[in-house]
Design a binder for this molecule. Structure first.
Ligand code: TYM
Length: 343
């Protein structure tokens, strides 16, 4: 029996946070055993905000190394860089003709980003979810493990697939979102715990990065914003900071909310903060060590990514040929290059 196909990606915009790890990457690694997984560094998406080319190149490789350090195994899964497989951009164009302006206009992430990048509200920022739909639909993806913030984009991918299939026959698989439970799907900012923890947040104390040193992690948790109520309970509305710490602790420990509440029944915020920090340090330390090893061997990393791109390209081309045929675009004369030009 064929394994279900999984696709997911992350943007190389700054380092990944604990939120990215708990909400997405940890789940990715767990799915490798019984799924056909494809994981992508979505560098084209990251161009919707301005990037410094020299730094950007390093960040793309950093993110690929981090995928591996988190446990993505290139022997089991396909791992590659989006811009290495031109079919992503090609399919995004075709799908943009099946996506309505009104649908894109409703995307909350576009509205947020248009506000935070008011100087540069480019068309790519608007059509970003179409490229994301292309990423997913290109591989006949069944399941897409993501954090909660990506659910709306996933819904759009489904709508576009259904619309295309309705007009041109069953070309695309309609993908299902897979959002982790246990409070890990939306890890909050440590300083403003009503907002998601975002890698682009300005305040250093707001976010824990996967590669942070243990001392920095502990400091950030000690300074996490809580409240003046003095009880540790599961009350998201009145105590978002406390609930966030409980969610992080239990995600790191693999515990339920009941277990967390029993463990912290002493109601001491100081101990909650320190123990959460310590649990996160234990979780992230092996990843940081492996990352340093991987980044010291660029040839090995580039080899893995080149192999991943080749695997992805072959699969993507098979889908492109079906899409082009369904649309009436001629395949005769189409040149497909895989492996060629690689040294
Ligand atoms: P990105 O790079 O912002 O985030 C990568 C993954 O991390 C999840 N995530 C979180 N989960 C829990 N708590 C948080 N605070 C938190 N912050 C981020 C995100 O939901 C995501 O799963 N558009 C996507 C990248 C993308 C993609 C795709 C994903 C492009 N094409 C196709 C899936 C399939 C993004 O910006 O993720």
């Amino acid at each position: 029996m064929k394994k279900p196909i999984v696709f997911s990606g992350a943007q190389p915009t700054g380092q990944l946070t604990l939120g990215n790890y708990l909400g997405a990457l940890r789940q990715w690694t767990a799915m490798q055993a019984d799924h056909d997984c494809i994981f992508c560094v979505v560098d084209l998406h990251a161009l919707t905000v301005r990037q410094d080319p020299v730094l950007f190149r390093e960040r793309i490789l950093d993110l690929a190394a981090l995928f591996l350090a988190c446990g993505i195994d290139p022997e089991k899964s396909t791992i590659f860089i989006q811009s290495h497989v031109p079919a992503h951009a090609e399919l995004a164009w075709l799908l943009s003709t099946f996506t309505m302006m009104g649908e894109l206009d409703r995307m909350t992430q576009f509205k947020d980003k248009a506000r935070s990048h008011a100087q540069n509200v480019n068309a790519g920022l608007f059509t970003y979810p179409v490229l994301m739909a292309a990423d997913i639909l290109l591989y006949g993806t069944h399941k897409v493990p993501v954090g909660e913030d990506q659910k709306q984009h996933l819904e759009l991918s489904r709508d576009v697939a259904v619309r295309f299939n309705g007009l041109h026959g069953p070309v695309f698989v309609v993908p299902e979102p897979l959002v982790t439970g246990g409070g890990a799907a939306r890890i909050k900012d440590l300083q403003e715990p009503t907002k998601k923890m975002s890698k682009t947040a300005e305040a250093d104390l707001a976010k824990v990065m996967i590669l942070d040193e243990p001392t920095a992690i502990l400091k950030k948790f000690k300074k996490a914003v809580t409240d003046g109520l003095g009880v540790i309970q599961d009350d998201e509305t009145n105590q978002p900071g406390v609930v966030n710490l409980l969610n992080i602790w239990r995600a790191a420990k693999g515990a339920t909310m009941e277990e967390a509440l029993a463990h912290f029944s002493h109601n001491q915020y100081g101990r909650l903060k320190v123990e959460t920090g310590e649990a996160v340090i234990a979780l992230l330390e092996p990843i940081r060590n492996r990352f340093t090893e991987l980044r010291s061997d660029p040839a090995e990393l580039e080899g893995i990514l080149a192999r991943g791109a080749d695997q992805a390209m072959v699969r993507a081309e098979a889908m492109m040929q079906r899409v082009l045929t369904a649309l009436g675009l001629p395949l005769n004369g189409r040149r497909f290059v895989s492996q060629a030009g690689r040294s």
